[in-house]
Design a protein around this ligand. Structure first.
Ligand code: NAP
Length: 465
């Protein structure tokens, strides 16, 4: 009887592991992403189901209570607006890391004073990473949600990195002492408490707006602590799932850093984000040319090629369905419409791909930055909808700009540039955009959804004649 239960458990875990690998593979392309989500969900159901078959579980009542409470919290968390996904993700990491830290602490007290050296090492790694990820993720979520009690600005002081590293080093020293002698209960609790403090210290120097990159890194930490827990609990599934999640989170952080021209060590050691204020002082009183929806519709209708560049403003305005209508009507008129996708447009990687896919815009019309840039000089109109930093030519030319070196969409090279945004306010990086002052740039002031709607109305009116 027991043998067969174990057999089924192992089968569940094996299939779950394979599904997690496939899920990550499929998630990397828009055409297979839905399949990837489904594979991940089935994998997780099998992992939980297999765990519930474990004969160590003698009473399922508490498990059911936990499942109900978890679902009650999880369902509303899953229904947040797309722009709030980074902070929602941070909250999930906090839950995961809290769980890992609690399980690690329970395991220590169950096994102490006879914890084998290897187990004590991974157990320490588990609670240190888990503890700092728990508090770090909560601070990150609070900053992104712009909660009043926490300053959005980076909180910095002299010698901050040294202080942080010294505190982190103290947890490592305690871990070494515990590996040598695992009977020190108080020392273990001190190690957990310090790691909780480290999480706060590591995240406060980072500006709220720079947090998505850090969240991706915290994802990696949470997953590595789960992998360490896999060693402690002797669970191959946890080790594999943690390693997969940890490495993919790490790779994602590196990709985001590259796309924003951030140094990775800057992220690791915090204290970035101060750059957001620089560059503003040089803002000059220059004039811009603005245009009405009728004028914009006239130019778009007469163009033979248009590149639409969506950004954070399109996401906030939820304008993707209106953009789809604009795409349809222009395509019907024979205009070649493509979408220029910057890897960090919006507030999370793939943000624009997800929104445009939601509006059923054909995938083949979404062109990555490196590929579309060579087409832009031959393009009649670049229509920027709620994007700012990802189109800022200062990134190419102004060495003093905080975003200097960040790869951008070269929209300034199009024959005509049209920018839909509500005001002259800066974007995420907090800096002025010289694109707006070019002779061939027309500013279309208004909410992205409303303005695109007006253009569509004009174009439909025109086509009716
Ligand atoms: P952005 O530079 O933040 O600019 C967005 C623009 O949208 C703003 O200038 C704003 O101007 C406009 N806007 C806001 N609400 C609007 C509305 N309802 N209707 C029309 N316009 C609206 O956005 P981005 O060009 O997409 O660049 C993304 C930035 O986020 C980059 O700096 C990137 O480094 C950063 N970032 C991205 C990620 C990621 O993973 N994607 C992660 C971390 C950081 P008005 O206020 O004048 O309307």
């Amino acid at each position: 009887m027991t043998l067969s239960a174990n057999f089924y458990i192992e089968i569940c875990y094996l299939i779950a592991t394979a599904l997690f690998v496939l899920s990550l593979m499929w998630l990397s392309a828009p055409t297979t992403a839905r399949r990837g989500v489904l594979a991940g969900e089935i994998g997780m159901i099998l992992a939980v189901g297999g765990t519930l078959l474990e004969k160590g579980i003698i009473d399922l009542h508490w498990v059911i209570v936990a499942l109900v409470i978890g679902s009650l919290i999880g369902i509303p968390l899953g229904l947040v607006q797309m722009t709030a996904v980074p902070q929602r993700t941070a909250v999930s990491h906090a839950f995961g890391a809290c769980c890992v830290t609690l399980v690690g602490t329970a395991e220590f007290f169950l096994r102490s004073p006879n914890v084998p050296k290897f187990t004590m090492s991974v157990l320490s790694l588990e609670v240190i990473l888990g503890g700092l990820t728990f508090t770090g993720s909560l601070i990150a979520a609070a900053k992104l949600q712009e909660l009043k009690f926490i300053p959005q600005r980076p909180v910095t002081y002299k010698g901050q990195n040294i202080v942080n590293l010294a505190i982190l080093a103290s947890t490592v020293i305690i871990a070494v002492i515990l590996v040598l002698d695992s009977s020190h209960h108080i020392l273990f609790l001190v190690m957990v408490a310090i790691s909780l403090v480290v999480g706060v210290m590591l995240i406060i120097p980072i500006g709220g707006a720079d947090m998505p990159t850090v969240i991706s890194l915290l994802n990696s930490y949470a997953a590595l602590s789960a992998a360490a827990m896999g060693f402690v609990l002797n669970s191959k599934l946890l080790i594999v799932a943690g390693a997969l999640d940890g490495s993919s989170g790490f790779i994602l952080s590196v990709i985001m850093c590259k796309a924003m021209n951030r140094s990775f060590t800057n992220v690791l050691f915090g204290a970035f984000g101060q750059v957001q204020t620089s560059g503003k002082a040089e803002k000059e009183e220059r004039t811009v040319r603005s245009a009405s929806p009728e004028e914009a519709a006239g130019i778009l209708g007469a163009a033979s090629s248009v590149v639409i560049v969506p950004g954070y403003g399109m996401a906030v305005a939820q304008a993707q369905h209106k953009v789809r209508e604009l795409y349809d009507i222009l395509s019907k008129k024979g205009v070649d419409v493509k979408f220029g996708i910057h890897p960090v447009a919006g507030r999370m990687p793939g943000h624009m791909n997800v929104l445009l896919a939601e509006a059923d815009i054909p995938y083949e019309r979404l062109v990555e930055m490196e590929d579309i840039n060579s087409d832009i000089p031959q393009t009649d109109v670049a229509l920027i909808i709620g994007a700012n930093d990802v189109t800022n030519p200062a990134a190419r030319t102004d060495t003093s700009s905080p975003i200097y070196g960040m790869p951008i969409l070269d929209v300034d090279k199009a024959r005509t540039v049209m920018v839909i945004k509500r005001s002259m306010n800066p974007g995420f990086a907090g800096i002025d955009n010289p694109l707006y002052y070019l002779d061939r740039t027309l500013m279309l002031f208004g909410d992205a959804k409303g303005f695109v709607n007006d253009i569509v109305r004009e174009l439909s009116g025109n086509s009716a004649h």
